[in-house]
Design a protein around this ligand. Structure first.
Ligand code: MLT
Ligand code: ZN
Length: 462
């Protein structure tokens, strides 16, 4: 292996001075995730500005036997896009490849490069009268490449599916430096293996996503947003059933928020909910191109109050008020980070198991690690709860993790619904997935990346 300064010189002579960062002061933001939980130390950061440059960087690093960590907006929550602390890994940032190559409002597609910020792509779709329905708190920094590589979820999965459901075409640089161009805009394409699926959600361990074609949807003309307090998660689930009956496929979001989450947001973001009382809250949004949505939503909520499934509630009267209700939800993660240490979970269980899961895990934690506080919130409509546990010095984070994941497993759930494995859950994946599934994953990795140079230590142990 060449020394890292030899390699940086080689990369610099190929990419030019703007393409390589070696000064530690400029490297720092690429070295650690935004929550500063996974600090690393890159050999250098490279910033290619074309697919061909990405491919050449991958070839140069491969020849030198140097590992690469692809990075987008670095907003992930599992440490999947940051290097380890060895000082030997090259961070490959896609942030100079940020173009929107095409928006087709009739064909309902958008083609964007990996470094394009999600919000920029959403706005381009919106300007064309269409909707790019991937919506996350980090959308102002997250990039298309990162969103695809992580198969990001967010608050609209209930109606539009995960990112995977929206990817029509993909361009990927493979670990040997060849370019696989599958940037097709086809709705139907059943010709052979659908290889792009391998890269969506593979967290940069099988290839570097350089561009994607995403499906657009009609932009609904009407929307209704409501925040309700509910007696308990069981009632929230009954409300979900009622909303399915009465509003059907117009529901775009159905979020569960605990009192603890709202207290954190009040303390750290200064945002107060318009409903004073209650331990559990539901944020519902419905959207439609047809008129009559608000009346249907009001009728549904009226019957929820009558049946005492909902106790109190507010329906937003304007877009600004809807944004205020959403701000309460969107500030939970940041407020939790300001509160102190937490053990984060991103679990899913079958929808109907959510209330019992919450009871079981609450009991197990209280018995085995007393004194912790639970910040539970998330995408109830997807069975995906962020069961984050606030801990103090002396609490065993590993034990908390194990308790939560064991209860998840006992309900037939998953240890990551949307954030991915990254480096954070590598050990957990082996524990909760069967040996057959792990062996299959290792065979795929070995087939595509026999030298193990692409994002080593993420998803699978090296
Ligand atoms: C969210 O839904 O806000 C994030 O995915 C959750 C988290 O911070 O755990
Ligand atoms: Zn989430």
């Amino acid at each position: 292996m060449s020394t890292s300064s030899d390699l940086a010189d080689r990369l610099q002579s190929y990419l030019g001075p703007a393409g390589v960062i070696t000064d530690w002061r400029d490297l720092e933001s690429y070295a650690v995730d935004w929550r500063k939980l996974f600090p690393g130390k890159p050999a250098c950061v490279v910033r290619p500005n074309s697919t061909e440059q990405v491919a050449q960087v991958v070839r140069i690093c491969r020849e030198a036997g140097v590992p690469i960590v692809p990075q987008g907006g670095n907003t992930g929550l599992a440490g999947g896009a940051v290097p380890d602390a060895s000082g030997t890994q090259v961070v490959l940032s896609l942030n100079r490849m940020a173009a929107i190559r095409n928006v087709d409002p009739i064909g309902m597609t958008i083609e964007a490069e990996a470094g394009c910020i999600l919000k920029v792509a959403q706005d381009a779709a919106s300007t064309a009268g269409r909707l790019l329905p991937i919506s996350l708190a980090a959308e102002g920094s997250a990039t298309i490449g990162g969103v695809v590589a992580a198969n990001a979820g967010g608050v609209n999965v209930l109606r539009y599916g995960m990112t995977r459901n929206l990817v029509l075409g993909l361009e990927v640089v493979l670990p040997d430096g060849t370019i696989a161009n599958g940037l097709r805009r086809l709705r139907k394409d059943n010709a052979g293996y659908d290889w792009k699926q391998l890269f969506i959600g593979s967290e940069g361990t099988l290839g570097v996503v350089t561009a994607a074609v995403l499906r657009l949807l009609p932009r609904p003309k009407h929307s209704v947003t409501a925040l309700l307090s509910v007696p308990d998660p069981d009632a929230a689930l009954t409300l979900f059933g009622l909303a399915q009956d009465d509003l059907g496929d117009q529901i775009t979001a159905f979020e569960l928020i605990s009192r603890t989450s709202l207290d954190l947001v009040a303390r750290h973001a200064g945002l107060k909910p318009p409903i004073a009382e209650g331990e559990w809250f539901v944020l519902i949004e419905a959207a439609s191109s047809l008129a009559g949505l608000r009346e249907a939503a009001e009728a549904m909520l009226g019957s929820a109050f009558e049946r005492e499934i909902a106790l109190d509630g507010v329906i937003a009267e304007s877009g600004a008020q809807a944004a205020q209700l959403w701000a309460l939800r969107e500030h939970v993660t940041e407020s939790e980070a300001r509160e102190g240490k937490s053990v984060k979970h991103d679990v899913s269980v079958p929808l109907t198991a959510v209330p019992l899961f919450l009871v079981d895990v609450g009991k197990a934690l209280a018995d085995e690690v007393p004194g912790t506080r639970v910040n539970a919130f998330g995408h109830l409509g997807d069975g995906n709860i962020h069961y984050n546990v606030l801990i103090e010095d002396g609490h065993d984070a590993g034990a908390v993790n194990r308790i939560v994941h064991d209860v998840v497993a006992s309900h037939g759930g998953s240890i990551s619904a949307e954030h991915g494995i990254g480096q954070y859950r590598v050990g957990e994946l082996v524990r909760y997935r069967s040996s057959v599934e792990m062996e299959l994953a290792r065979k795929l990795k070995l087939a595509l990346d026999p030298q193990g140079l692409l994002n080593p230590g993420k998803v699978l142990s090296p």
